[in-house]
Write a protein that binds this ligand. Structure first.
Ligand code: SAM
Length: 245
């Protein structure tokens, strides 16, 4: 039996486009996307792909014109309605750049609706580049089949984040000094999970986060790295109260 050819890839390429999509629409790709389709995947006029705009679901499109640096798609029909994702926010103290990038990529795959960088007393992150994190989230959404890209908001001081949170959103904070076991904690409904920096939360921060109504949760007896803790808590939420059930 002949070996399965590795080329061309079996699934259609998926691209996020920033313009609103509709049947019959023409979409002008940016130079990076045109280069990816034309030069990396070697697709030309007539080739099919999937596109999504973060709002209207997923669409089948076809390359209408392919130039050296430009490409135009023609949108044909809707292939999927917008996904329904649990209303779960992940608030995290940014860590080093590579680990923060990894956290954003994996949290997108796991289904976070919103990512909130929070600045805590012990946060020692380099500058948070939102545009970079957004690109990482878009690539992860393209790869994992999401039709929405998580919203990534400007970094916010921890106290403001906790105090401004709508009371209908339940806030859980991962506390390495002890808290409720996860299995009996998570409830359905709007939720935010907060994870601290490598140095942990200060006592003062624990106090005002609790004062803002947050519940402390434990992720077990081992001290996890901040990014591991964030993704472990998000996974557990998806399994216990999110869309993995
Ligand atoms: N510097 C702290 C220490 O030595 O105890 C550890 C902080 S930990 C590396 C970073 C963050 O991950 C914590 O602030 C907490 O939010 C979360 N975390 C890590 N392990 C955890 C656990 N077992 N239970 C709950 N949260 C945990």
């Amino acid at each position: 039996m002949p070996a399965t050819p590795a080329w061309p890839p079996r699934s259609l390429p998926r691209l996020f486009v920033s313009q609103p999509l509709a049947g019959g629409a023409a979409v002008e790709l940016d130079a990076k996307q045109a280069n990816y389709l034309g030069n990396v995947l070697r697709l030309g006029a007539g080739a099919e792909l999937l596109v999504f705009d973060g709002l209207s679901g997923e669409w089948l499109a076809r390359i209408a014109e392919a130039g050296r640096k430009r490409m135009t798609l023609s949108v044909e029909r809707k292939t999927r309605e917008p996904e329904s994702i649990p209303d779960i926010w992940l608030a995290f103290a940014p860590v080093k750049r590579a680990q923060t990038d990894w956290l954003v990529e994996k949290a997108t795959e796991l289904g976070a609706a919103r990512l909130v960088p929070v600045m805590t007393q012990r946060t020692i992150a380099e500058r948070v580049r939102l545009d970079r994190l957004e690109s990482i989230a878009i690539e992860a959404a393209e790869q994992c089949g999401r039709t929405r890209v998580p919203q990534i908001v400007e970094p916010v001081p921890l106290r403001r984040f906790a105090e401004d949170l709508d009371p209908s959103r339940h806030l859980y904070f991962a506390d390495e000094t002890g808290g409720e076991p996860l299995a009996s904690s998570f409830r359905e409904g709007p939720t935010a999970i907060l994870v601290g920096p490598e140095g942990g939360f200060t006592e003062e921060e624990r106090g005002f986060v609790r004062g803002a109504g947050a519940s402390a949760i434990s992720l077990g007896p081992r001290i996890l790295r901040a990014e591991t803790a964030a993704l472990a808590a998000l996974s557990a939420y998806m399994a216990l109260a999110g869309d993995w059930r």
